[in-house]
Design a protein around this ligand. Structure first.
Ligand SMILES: [Zn+2]
Length: 425
């Protein structure tokens, strides 16, 4: 308690020095985007306020290396007001998490001053100062979903072509992940291969500037890919991808749940590096730099995301069909990874580390089938997983809807090909 106060006082002092030295310059630097004076109208909520009340709104940016105290001081708040705000906001938000380039709106009426800023995508905090006390509220901003369709031919680099077509990185990565189970992107891409990606992008309907430091959530909904003359169509459905006929497009479990790793110890008998004696190695070890993202090998439900003496930080996932996967010695868990959480294939669940009974940084990966450990590299997976009955019917309704909604956006260059293949069938 004392410690945090000392830090706060130190911050205030730093803010004070800077403020006294460069007050004017900082103000100019911070204010951008909006600097509006509006006459209060019927929108003014306070009915008792005089009709010609003036409301001002200014936007301040937290520059890199600048302190929040400094910013709020330049917005006209006193030290004690800033101090009280830090305290009042604590139950809802920790100011230590604030990122540089965050924008703050300061809305001023004769009776109050309100600070408004975003804490995550579509979430804002309003801190209203009325008669020397702060009222803090958290609000959700309404969002709208934009439907986007992008088509491009691959000439040299897949990533370059995607970037030229304004496809966001996470969308092209999802597409590659979805197709990597049946297309080898290192060897099987040909000049002139054609990709169409249909995806949703969520945007806020107001105060967009407040969310400039957060990326818009995007979801890939359908992929059309012509690879060496073969036409693949995939649809995102229930957290995974299916072909048009309802067959699962992704393999059930990934053999390697991380990128850029070296296999450092195989499945089977070996001398244990810490315990020293020979015993069965029940998984496989991958070596990679500390902090390398570890992915869920398949979609499923988190059974454990906690510390154990031997496995250190470990995640256990239930994938259904009798399959479970275990990821051990993690440095830490990804956000939202806890008991009961649902994950999709390829989702980051944690980060490579060296916790528990481990002699060097590595990922220990196990696959269990009906309670017995199996070799992940040799596992025969349930293939031909196919939606049937009511599930298949619901899926068909879903993909017809998707096709209709996106067809109007961009003429699909693959249509001729589809017609052709339909004629051939
Ligand atoms: Zn191991």
């Amino acid at each position: 308690m004392h410690f945090s106060r000392i830090i706060l006082v130190a911050l205030l002092l730093v803010g004070c020095d800077e403020q006294s030295q460069c007050n004017d310059e900082t103000q100019n630097k911070n204010i951008v985007i909006e600097n509006t004076h509006t006459q209060a109208s019927s929108q003014e909520k306070d009915n008792t306020a005089p009709h010609n009340t003036e409301i001002t709104r200014q936007t301040y940016i937290l520059n890199k290396g600048d302190t929040l105290t400094h910013l709020l001081r330049s917005a006209g708040f006193s030290f004690s007001e800033v101090y009280a705000l830090t305290d009042a906001i604590k139950p809802l938000y920790d100011f230590k998490k604030i990122q540089s380039h965050t924008q703050f709106d300061v809305i001023e009426t004769p009776n109050s001053k309100t600070i408004r800023f975003a804490t995550s995508f579509a979430q804002v905090i309003n801190a209203k100062l009325v008669e020397e006390s702060w009222e803090i509220t958290q609000n959700a901003i309404t969002t709208q979903t934009e439907k986007i369709s992008r088509s491009f031919a691959i000439n040299h680099s897949l990533y370059q072509a995607a970037s030229d077509a304004e496809v966001p990185n996470n969308v092209i990565n999802s597409a590659i992940l979805a197709m990597s189970h049946f297309v080898d992107f290192q060897r099987e891409i040909r000049q002139g291969d054609q990709i169409t990606l249909n995806f949703n992008s969520e945007t806020v309907t107001q105060d967009a500037h407040l969310f400039s430091t957060f990326s818009n959530p995007q979801q890939l909904v359908a992929i059309s890919f012509i690879n060496q003359g073969k036409h693949y169509k995939l649809y995102h459905y229930q957290d995974t991808f299916y072909f048009k006929d309802g067959k699962l497009a992704q393999s059930f479990l990934m053999k390697t749940p991380l990128n850029g790793a070296r296999l450092s110890s195989n499945f089977g008998k070996r001398k244990h590096p810490v315990l020293g004696y020979t015993r069965q190695h029940k998984g496989i070890d991958f070596s990679a730099p500390i902090g390398t993202p570890i992915m869920a090998a398949g979609k499923g439900k988190i059974l454990k995301a906690s510390y154990s003496r031997s496995f250190g930080n470990r995640v256990l996932i239930d994938h259904g069909n009798g399959y479970r996967t275990l990821y051990a010695h993690l440095k830490g868990f990804a956000k939202g990874i806890k008991h009961g959480a649902r994950v999709s294939q390829g989702q980051t669940i944690g980060f490579l580390g060296n916790t528990g009974l481990s002699s060097a940084r590595h990922l220990h990966y196990e696959v269990h089938k009906n309670g017995k450990v199996i070799n992940p590299l040799k596992m025969k997976q349930p293939s031909n997983i196919q939606l049937t009955g009511d599930d298949l019917h619901a899926f068909k309704v879903h993909i017809n809807d998707i096709d209709k909604r996106y067809a109007v956006l961009v003429p699909d260059p693959t249509t001729d090909n589809q017609v052709l293949s339909a004629l051939q069938e």
